[in-house]
Structure formats: C-alpha cells, structure tokens
Write a protein that binds this ligand. Structure first.
Ligand code: GAF
Length: 369
C-alpha cells in the first residue's frame, strides 16, 4: 500500500502534501561537523516518505507503514516514546508557529545500517510542516530545525551533517558543506563515467554504548579546543604545536579532526580535477585515523574495509558515527564481485552474520512528490 492510500484509510481524508527525504552516506569528513569543519556526504536512493495534513489542535496522529495497526495519537508531545520522538521533536521545536498534524510515513532505508534514518525523518516532517504552515524556511533552516529536534528533544548531540545532506543534496552530486559558515556546494560525483561504484557494506552490527561514546568524543574535542584557546578544532592551524601541548584522548582526537579536514579538501581538489579514482588513498587514511585516533570503528567495520581492499577496492572506510553501521568502498565496476566475495569470506571465516551490499548512487535531497 502506498503512503497516500494508508493516509486515506487511517484518516478518511486526502493528505495536504507528500514529501520524501533521503538517508545519506558520508564520502569523507567524519566527526568534523561538530568541530565547525568540512563534510562531503551524499544522499542515498532510500529514505522516508511522509503524507501530512495540518490539524487545528496540538495533537499529532502518526501512522507508520513499518509498524502495523492504528495511528499513534500524541497530545502530550513531551511524553512521546521511542522513534516517534524524532517526528514530534520537529513541531515541538517550532513552538507556537505550528499546531498539530495527521501524518503517515513509509520508509525504505535499510534499518540499522547507519544511513541516517533519524535525519531523514526529521527533514521529511520539517519540510512538510514548512509547506502546510507556510513557514518560509530554506532547506538549510529545515536541516537546522531537524538538528535542534535531535539535540534538544531526542537528546542526541549530533552535528549538522546528516540533516543537511537529507535536505540539500542533489542527484549525481555530493554536498561539500562548511559546518561553520553553513555555506555549501554540490560537487558532481559521476562515478559511472569513470567505471566506478561506491559499494555500501552494511555490517548489520550496532554496538551498544555508541550514543554515550559519541557524546564523549564531542566532549573530548570541546575540551581540547578550550585548552588550545580556539573556538573549535577547525581553527587549529599548527597541528604539531597543538599535539605538543595535548595528551591522551584529546591529543588523538585533535590529530584526527585536523587531518580529516585536510583530507576533505584534498578529495574536493581531486574531484574537481576529475580524478575520482585517486581519492581511494584518502578514504583509507580516513579509516585508519577513525580507527586509531578517533577510536570509533569496530572489528566488523575494520574487517569489511581490509577485506574490500584485499578484494581490489580503490579505497574503503567506515562511514557515519561508527561503532557499527556501514562502510563504503570505492570499487571499479569489474571488481565489485571480487570485493563482495572477499568481504563475505572474511565474515564467514569469523562466523559473523553475512553483511549486506548496497550500491550507492548519489540521489536527490528532500523534495515534494
Ligand atoms: C553521526 C552524526 F549524526 C553526525 O552529525 C556526524 O557527527 C557523524 O555521526 C560523524 O561524522 O552521523
């Protein structure tokens, strides 16, 4: 059943609008967004579709095609439970500018793959509310609203990357975002004409503790910035000098963030030069830095990356927050079967659950359908 049919059946009315917002993978620029740095995500072909009508009271009725039964009726927004908080958090952050809504949602993002279903949910709801309540928000303002819902309502201290990717990406392009100025450019990423593919390797694993670890990494960065007397790690220009006054975790986090920002800029330079295949070494360096300096990888991600490279990938790295989720591998078309076989064999050897492979083609950001 389509989301519009589900809406009609549940609420006996036509929806006022229907929007779709995608998930994302991040090509490079990991754990840099909340350090005012650079990121380069692109939207994936999977996402969340929402049919929505405004209501005259402050009630949200919410139906998901992925959970059976009747719509959930939420009148006390603060008391919303579980995944519904990602939805309700959005109108909650808009205060008196909105009333309630009847919503039906349908998602085709692979669950638990770390492809930002939460950001897609926030952005799709924000986009639809923006239209029906005539709020006049730009896509970046919708992204910031989604981030605020996640930070202040859900309680996850994420940066802006995922919501910005979901709101601003364009088909066939990656989004180069300066997370301080919020200036962005859509950079062509024409993999097919170079005979390349980006393969998502979904490890199917999500380690507990991840959320606390994310907050801890962010706190490490903020305390290191204070110690260095800079507003954010983006401002560290003398890496050797910074490392000489830092110790332990702060030292490692700074090493990652500063070098990762340079890697994003280097990838941008190569993409502009039409040298996509050459970004592989930078993807590899990013992974090692996330594994050894930022300490957010996992055995499943490391094995996926190492096996992909053994199978002939041009580069590979974990993508997203880490501690499980997905890795990406840049692979020449003809090497795709060999890369998949190498990863499958490595997982089988360890008795791990089979990973899933998904081809990632850069897709469009949020749009009305
Ligand atoms: C998660 C967060 F939500 C993003 O803001 C970003 O920090 C990412 O981890 C790491 O780059 O997806």
């Amino acid at each position: 059943m389509s989301v519009v049919e589900a809406f009609r059946q549940a609420y006996s009315a036509e929806p006022t609008t229907v929007w779709r917002a995608p998930g994302r993978v991040n090509l490079i620029g990991e754990h840099t967004d909340y350090n005012d740095g650079f990121v380069l995500p692109f939207a994936v072909p999977w996402g969340i579709t929402a049919a929505l009508s405004p209501r005259q009271d402050r009630t949200i009725r919410l139906l998901s095609l992925q959970s059976s039964g009747e719509p959930v009726v939420i009148s006390d927004w603060d008391a919303a439970q579980g995944w519904t908080r990602y939805v309700v958090g959005v109108p909650a952050m808009l205060g008196e500018r909105v009333q309630g809504a009847d919503i039906a949602i349908d998602g085709d993002l692979p669950a638990g793959a770390g492809l930002s279903s939460s950001a897609a949910l926030e952005v799709v709801v924000g986009s639809a509310l923006n239209e029906v309540y005539g709020l006049g928000m730009t896509p970046m303002e919708i992204a910031l609203l989604g981030q605020k819902a996640e930070n202040d309502f859900v309680g996850m201290p994420c940066g802006i990357m995922d919501q910005a990717a979901s709101a601003l990406c364009e088909e066939g392009r990656a989004l180069f975002l300066d997370c301080r100025s919020l200036g962005s450019r859509n950079i062509p990423l024409d993999l097919a004409s170079h005979g390349l593919r980006i393969l998502i390797i979904d490890t199917g694993v999500h380690h507990e503790l991840a959320d606390g670890q994310y907050a801890k990494r962010r706190a490490d960065c903020e305390s290191a910035a204070r110690r260095l007397g800079v507003d954010a790690l983006r401002d560290v220009t003398d890496l050797a000098g910074a490392l000489s006054v830092l110790q332990g975790d702060e030292r490692k986090r700074v090493q990652h963030v500063v070098t990762e920002n340079h890697r994003v800029e280097a990838v941008i330079g190569l993409l502009r030069a039409g040298a996509i295949a050459e970004i592989g070494a930078l993807l590899n360096a990013s992974h090692l830095s996330l594994r050894d300096q930022y300490e957010v990888s996992s055995p499943e991600l490391d094995v996926a990356v190492e096996a992909a490279l053994r199978g002939g990938a041009r580069g590979a790295r974990m993508t997203g927050g880490g501690f499980g989720g997905s890795a990406i591998a840049l692979v020449a078309e003809e090497r795709v079967p060999a890369v998949q076989e190498a990863v499958l064999a490595a997982y089988e050897e360890r008795g791990w659950k089979e990973p899933r492979f998904l081809p990632a083609t850069p897709a469009a950001g949020a749009h009305k359908i």
